[in-house]
Design a protein around this ligand. Structure first.
Ligand SMILES: Cc1ncc(COP(=O)(O)O)c(C=O)c1O
Length: 367
C-alpha cells in the first residue's frame, strides 16, 4: 500500500536521537512542564523569530488560547477561511465568536484578501489566516488592510518554516498557533501545540491559564484550564526541530519532482505566489475532472489519496447547528472541494513511489 503519509520512515531516520531523548525524560522523573518544555519553547521562539512561546496540548488550544486573549465576547466576529481543518472553526466557536468566511483564491487555495475589507464590521475582533498545506498567506498585506489595532492570529498548524518575503509564518501576527499533531511538518508522537507571540504580558498570562491559573502549588490568580505540552513530546520535538529545515527542503524538492512527473493538463498543484515559500505540508492539486472516480482508481491500485477538504465549513452539520442554513455563497470553495486531491507525500518518500503514482494518474486520464 502507498500511504498518503507514512510516519515510520521519519522515526527510523532519527531513531537513535529520538530514543535517547525519550530515555532521558523517562529517567528524569519529571514529565509535565519541566526542562524540555522550557528549552523547546526557547528553541522554537528562536526558530520562528518571536520573543515568547507557550507550549499547550494541541493546535486547537493554541488557537483558542490567543483568541481568549483578544477580549472576544459572545457574538463577536472572527474572519477566517471556510477551507481549513475543522479545528480552526472549533477554536473560534469555543471562544463564543461567530466565524465570518472569505472565499478563496482558486489557484493558491488561500483566503481571498480582496474580500477582507468588505467583511470587517464593528464586531470584528480578529483575523485568523490559515497557511494552508504549507502555503503562506500574505500576513503583511492583511495588516495593511486591517490596521495596527486588529488582532491577527496566524493558524500555522500546517506551516512550520513557511515564509512570507523571508519572514517566518508565525512571526507577523499578534499571535500564532502551531500544532504538533504527528503528521505535521514538525510532528510529535501524540498531541501538542504552541502559541508564539512577541507580547510578554500575554505569554505570561497564557502560561498561567494553561495550568488552571496557578502560579504556585497553593496559589491561583486567574481563570485557567489544563492545556500543557508534556515533557516527552517536547523532548521529541526538540530533536525533530533540529531537522525541520532539511525535511522542509526535501518536501520542496519532492514537490518540484511531482510537478514534472504529473500530467500538467490534468493535475494543477497548489500555486505559490512570488515572495512566498511553501513548506508543502500536503501535496494538493486540482484535477481536470472525475475526481471521485480517480480516487477510486488509485485505491484499486493500492494508492491512498485523500481530499482536504470535501466540503466548506458552512456545509458541515456543526456549522448548520450553530447558524442554520443559508450561509453566504462561497463559489470558489465549493468548486475546490469537488476538484481537489491530496497525493501521497512525505519528506522521506522514495521518488519511485511518486513515479508509480504519476503513472497511475496518467493511465486513468489516458495520457
Ligand atoms: C489548519 C489547522 N488548524 C488547526 C489544527 C488543530 O490542530 P490539533 O489537531 O493539534 O488540535 C489543525 C490540525 O489538524 C489544522 O490543520
Amino acid at each position: 500500500m502507498i500511504w498518503r503519509c507514512d510516519l515510520v520512515p521519519q522515526y527510523e531516520a532519527y531513531k537513535p536521537e529520538i530514543d535517547a531523548a525519550i530515555q532521558q525524560v523517562l529517567m528524569s522523573g519529571r514529565y509535565v512542564l519541566a526542562e524540555n518544555v522550557a528549552a523547546f519553547e526557547q528553541e522554537f521562539s528562536d526558530y520562528v523569530g518571536v520573543k515568547h512561546s507557550v507550549g499547550v496540548n494541541s493546535g486547537t488550544d493554541a488557537l483558542m488560547m490567543p483568541l481568549w486573549m483578544c477580549g472576544i465576547e459572545r457574538g463577536d466576529e472572527v474572519i477566517t477561511t471556510p477551507f481549513t481543518a475543522i479545528p480552526t472553526f472549533s477554536a473560534i466557536r469555543h471562544i463564543g465568536a461567530k466565524p465570518i468566511f472569505l472565499d478563496l483564491e482558486p489557484d493558491t487555495f488561500l483566503m481571498n484578501l480582496d474580500q477582507l475589507k468588505s467583511k470587517i464590521t464593528e464586531r470584528t475582533k480578529a483575523i485568523v489566516p490559515v497557511h494552508l498545506f504549507g502555503n503562506a498567506v500574505d500576513v503583511e498585506q492583511i495588516r495593511d488592510i486591517v490596521g495596527k489595532d486588529m488582532f491577527i492570529v496566524e493558524d500555522c498548524a500546517q506551516s512550520h518554516g513557511a515564509k512570507v518575503r523571508g519572514k517566518m509564518t508565525g512571526s507577523m501576527g499578534n499571535f500564532a498557533a502551531f500544532s504538533f499533531y504527528p503528521t505535521k511538518n514538525l510532528g510529535a508522537y501524540g498531541d501538542g501545540g504552541l502559541v508564539a507571540t512577541n507580547d510578554k504580558d500575554a505569554a505570561d498570562l497564557m502560561k498561567k491559564r494553561r495550568m488552571y491559573g496557578m502560579i504556585s502549588k497553593d496559589e491561583f490568580v486567574t481563570d485557567g484550564i489544563n492545556t500543557r505540552l508534556d515533557e516527552l513530546q517536547a523532548a521529541i520535538l526538540r530533536v525533530k526541530l533540529r531537522h525541520l529545515d532539511a525535511m522542509n527542503k526535501r518536501r520542496q524538492e519532492l514537490a518540484a519532482i511531482y510537478a514534472d512527473l504529473l500530467p500538467k493538463e490534468h493535475i494543477k498543484p497548489q500555486a505559490v505566489r512570488e515572495g512566498m515559500e511553501s513548506v508543502w505540508h500536503v501535496y494538493s492539486a486540482t484535477v481536470s475532472g472525475r475526481r471521485d472516480e480517480l480516487l477510486q482508481f488509485l485505491e484499486s491500485r493500492n494508492i491512498q489519496a485523500n481530499v482536504y477538504y470535501p466540503m466548506p465549513t458552512t456545509k458541515q452539520k456543526g456549522y448548520i447547528a450553530a447558524f442554520g442554513e443559508g450561509a453566504p455563497a462561497l463559489p470558489v470553495t465549493e468548486h475546490l472541494s469537488k476538484h481537489i486531491i491530496a497525493l501521497p507525500f512525505y519528506p522521506e518518500m522514495d521518488v519511485k513511489i511518486m513515479e508509480t503514482v504519476a503513472k497511475a494518474i496518467r493511465e486513468f486520464y489516458g495520457v
